[in-house]
Design a protein around this ligand. Structure first.
Ligand SMILES: [Zn+2]
Length: 91
């Protein structure tokens, strides 16, 4: 799943209480309050679930700048966060 797809999917099922977009470290996402910061920024940009596909470029840019550091990377049988070094078993 690409970064942008993961974020779009995360936004569209916010109600589901998913901790972090797929492919990102839930620990870092939660601890650094990317969630609050992210949604605040989205709100300021006027982005919501209805126009999110028109804003893909902006979201991609945001992700490149702020979220690549907490992306999970494949390592052995699991996924590891390069920032906090926690590893996850793929679900
Ligand atoms: Zn992490």
């Amino acid at each position: 799943m690409s970064v942008i797809q993961s974020i779009l999917s995360f936004l569209s099922k916010k109600e589901a209480n998913q901790k972090a977009p797929e492919g990102f470290c839930p620990n870092c996402w939660g601890r650094q309050e990317y969630e609050g910061q992210f949604f605040e920024t989205m709100k300021n940009e006027g982005i919501d679930a209805n126009n999110v596909s028109d804003k893909k470029g902006w979201i991609q840019d945001y992700a490149d700048k702020h979220l690549t550091g907490i992306q999970l990377h494949q390592k052995g049988n699991g996924l590891v966060c390069s920032k906090c070094k926690i590893s996850y078993r793929p679900s």
